[in-house]
Every structure is written in structure tokens, then in C-alpha cells.
Design a protein around this ligand. Structure first.
Ligand code: GDP
Ligand code: MG
Length: 305
């Protein structure tokens, strides 16, 4: 019965046939590379602020309208896992609602995501933001921090910084590539700060950047593939980056109950208990004993004596 239900949920990846032949060939080659390395399943988690293009990116990669895209707020409040199968290979992409609301990270949204992910293994994290923005702020740092708190810093070994709206015209003074490197540097810096990397970690953890243009007005090359202003066909390119990250040495993240519970707040202060007792002994108990002794001494010699 369960098998039957699972096979109902994992649909054939028919969206792949939507892509121009050149893209299809490259995608199948990449799936082949994964299968060669004995990987027959890949689970990708998509996270980021609301409205940055997470759901659109899921649909673009799958090649069909699998999840809801909304121009104005009110996303589906729950994560959705899209599963597609192609010649024995299963691709899972988990789309999540934005975790920010009214300028703050929403703990309830995080709880819902955590519960959804229980007993799943995350191979790749797509951390999504827009390329066509000029600022990073404390909110970005909070989102990175929240992701690091859920999965641990290790998640960033398996992350790709995905920048949507990649068909952007840079401001006059910059070339496309200059703008791209400025924007990604600024965001990566926020990731380093928010995830609390130590300086020596920053060299060992290099988070790749993937570019995405979900608009139907995206330019195309002679083979009908959607391309970026620098000429790259972006769908094969981001799937290649995903493949590389999936095949890195670092462990995938298994979401178990312990990870979901996080560090127990009741345990957090426990190491201080001996210190607090010692403090009380020397600075509270001792002085009181001294005062009592002084009083007794005074008592021994009554004033009238
Ligand atoms: P989410 O809230 O992060 O899931 O974002 P959505 O995928 O729902 O997208 C929010 C809005 O931005 C929708 O109107 C999308 O059509 C639009 N959008 C998403 N990605 C892109 C992109 O790469 N380029 C352009 N031009 N619009 C995009
Ligand atoms: Mg969405």
C-alpha cells in the first residue's frame, strides 16, 4: 500500500521533454554522471526570503508548473516536495515559504519547515536571492542565521547561492560581470557572518553562485536555450553546479529529531551551575557568616559590660 502511494507521488519527469534538445542532452548527461557515482536520488532544498523567485526556480528546473508562483505575497504557507523520476533517477525539490514576515524571521514558519523535513536527507541547499538588488541588510543575515541554526553550519558546504532576475542591466558604471561579482561578494559576506564562519573556514568553504532567469522574456541562443547576458545557457549550468555540490566529499544533511529539537534551552545554562554555586559560597555565604560572627563577637561583650 505504501509502495503504491509512493509511486503515485513520484511522477515521471516529463517536463524534461519541454526543454530544447541541447538542454535535454546536457541534463541527461548530468544525471548519468550522478548515476555513475551510485547516486540515484537527489534532494534539493530551496530557501530564502519571500518573493525572491524560489518557486519560479523550482518550476524552471523541473520544466513544468509544479508549484505555485505568486507575484504579490501570500505564498503557500507550507513546504512542498516535488518528486520526479527519470530512468531510475529520482529528483526531489523541496520548495519552502519565505521565513521572513514583517521584518523578522518567523519562528512558526521555521517550525513548519523543520517538521516537514523530518527524516529527509538534504543533498543540496539552494539559498535564493535576487541579483537585481543593491543592498544587503540585517534581515539577510537573520535568514542565514536561522538556516544555520536549523541544520548547523555544515549546511553551507552543500549550498549554492542562487541569484534570480539574472537578466538585469547593471548600473551605468559597471559591466555585467563586475555587477555580478559585487552583488555575490556582498551576499557571500553576509552568509559568512550569519553562519559565523571563522576566517580559516572561509577559505575551505567556497559557496558556488548559480544564476537564474525565470522570466518568459529571457533571451535565447540559436539552440533555443534560455541564456544570461553573458551568453551562458543557465539551466544546464545550474544543474551542473547542483551535480558538483551533490558529489562533494562533505556529508549530506540528515534531518533527525535531534536536529529538529536543536540545543535544549534547559541544558544551555547547566555548565554555569558550579560557577554560580562557587560564587554564592564566596560572595554570599562567606560574608553572611562573617557578619554573624561579628555580631556574635559583639554579643559576647555586651555594651553595658
Ligand atoms: P518566492 O516567493 O520566492 O517563491 O517567489 P516566486 O517564485 O513566487 O516569484 C515572485 C515573483 O517574482 C513572481 O511574480 C515571479 O514571476 C517573479 N520572478 C521570479 N523569478 C524571476 C526572475 O528570475 N525574473 C523575473 N523577471 N521575475 C521573476
Ligand atoms: Mg514560493
Amino acid at each position: 500500500m505504501l509502495d503504491f502511494m509512493a509511486s503515485q507521488l513520484i511522477r515521471e519527469w516529463s517536463g524534461i521533454q519541454q526543454f530544447p534538445p541541447a538542454t535535454q542532452d546536457k541534463l541527461l548527461e548530468l544525471l548519468g554522471r550522478l548515476k555513475e557515482k551510485k547516486r540515484d536520488k537527489l534532494t534539493i532544498l530551496v530557501m530564502g526570503k519571500g518573493g525572491v523567485g524560489k518557486s519560479s526556480t523550482v518550476n524552471s528546473i523541473i520544466g513544468e508548473r509544479a508549484v505555485t508562483v505568486s507575484a504579490f505575497q501570500s505564498e503557500a504557507p507550507r513546504p512542498v516536495m516535488v518528486s520526479r523520476e527519470r530512468s531510475g533517477f529520482t529528483l526531489n525539490i523541496i520548495d519552502t515559504p519565505g521565513i521572513v514576515e514583517g521584518g523578522y524571521v518567523n519562528d512558526q514558519a521555521i517550525d513548519i519547515i523543520k517538521r516537514f523535513l523530518l527524516n529527509k536527507t538534504i543533498d543540496v541547499l539552494l539559498y535564493v536571492d535576487r541579483l537585481d538588488a543593491y543592498r544587503v541588510d540585517t534581515l539577510d543575515k537573520q535568514v542565514v542565521k536561522a538556516i544555520s541554526n536549523i541544520f548547523g553550519q555544515e549546511i553551507w558546504h552543500r549550498a549554492i547561492l542562487v541569484l534570480t532576475h539574472a537578466q538585469v542591466s547593471p548600473p551605468d558604471s559597471l559591466t555585467y560581470n563586475e555587477f555580478l561579482s559585487k552583488r555575490s561578494e556582498a551576499l557571500l559576506k553576509v552568509v559568512h557572518l550569519g553562519a559565523r564562519f571563522k576566517n580559516q573556514d572561509i577559505e575551505s568553504i567556497s559557496i558556488p553562485v548559480g544564476l537564474v532567469e525565470n522570466s518568459t522574456r529571457c533571451n535565447k541562443n540559436g539552440k533555443d536555450e534560455k541564456i544570461l547576458p553573458n551568453g551562458t545557457a543557465w539551466i544546464p549550468s545550474i544543474v551542473e553546479t547542483i551535480t558538483k555540490v551533490a558529489l562533494t566529499e562533505s556529508e549530506s544533511i540528515f534531518v533527525d529529531q535531534k536536529l529538529i529539537d536543536g540545543p535544549n534551552p534547559n541544558d544551555r545554562g547547566k555548565i554555569f551551575i558550579p560557577l554560580i554555586l562557587a560564587f554564592q559560597y564566596f560572595f554570599v555565604l562567606k560574608p553572611i557568616q562573617r557578619w554573624i560572627k561579628n555580631d556574635i563577637d559583639k554579643e559576647v561583650k555586651p555594651q553595658w559590660a
